[in-house]
Ligand binder design. Structure first.
Ligand code: FES
Ligand code: FES
Length: 172
């Protein structure tokens, strides 16, 4: 009896293949699992935060094929075959991503709970618009709430990261 139940549970699972932070990932998961749950519980990538768990706060933002998405309102199975980038995938070894550096330099976090989602929304913006205006940044992060009210510093940090990147490109 116990064995039959196990088989039924196993049959209910779906095989998922995707890329996470550049690595090929395969897993058998329940179809109801959200992408946020998959990242945090199956892959132990707990840098992706869950705030509201209903698509309102943006804490769970990750990039899916380079576009910001709320991972709490998306099923993991819908990410099949796609590329996911989480906050853990930004730094190269010990070297922080320019956005991570400028968030620190510009004091763009207090409790830090919104920070991974903010940084990924900002990265999504800089990838499609390398020299954004302040209004562009405001629009890009309008789905990310910061309860600590760090918005001015977050905007400054994002503009500073775009300048850093432009300087690096001039040096090349
Ligand atoms: S936790 Fe996903 S939007 Fe709030
Ligand atoms: S730094 Fe605390 S919620 Fe944004």
């Amino acid at each position: 009896m116990e064995k039959n139940m196990m088989n039924i549970e196993e049959e209910g699972k779906r095989h998922l293949t995707l890329t996470v932070n550049g690595a090929h990932v395969e897993s058998d998961i329940e179809p109801r699992m959200t992408l946020a749950e998959f990242l945090r519980e199956e892959l132990e990538l707990t840098g992706t935060k869950v705030g509201c768990n209903r698509g309102e706060c943006g804490a769970c933002t990750v990039l899916l094929d380079r576009n910001p998405v709320y991972s709490c309102t998306m099923l993991a199975v819908d990410a099949a075959g796609k590329e996911v980038l989480t906050i853990e995938g930004l730094a190269e070894g010990e070297k922080l991503h320019p956005l991570q550096e400028t968030f620190v330099e510009h004091d763009a976090l207090q409790c830090g709970y919104c920070t991974p989602g903010m940084i990924l929304s900002a990265k999504g913006l800089l990838d499609r618009n390398p020299r954004p205006t302040e209004d562009d940044v405001r629009n890009a992060i309008d789905g990310n709430l910061c309860r600590c009210g760090s918005y001015p510093n977050i905007i400054e940090a994002t503009i500073a990261a775009s300048e850093k990147r432009a300087q690096k490109e001039r040096v090349k």
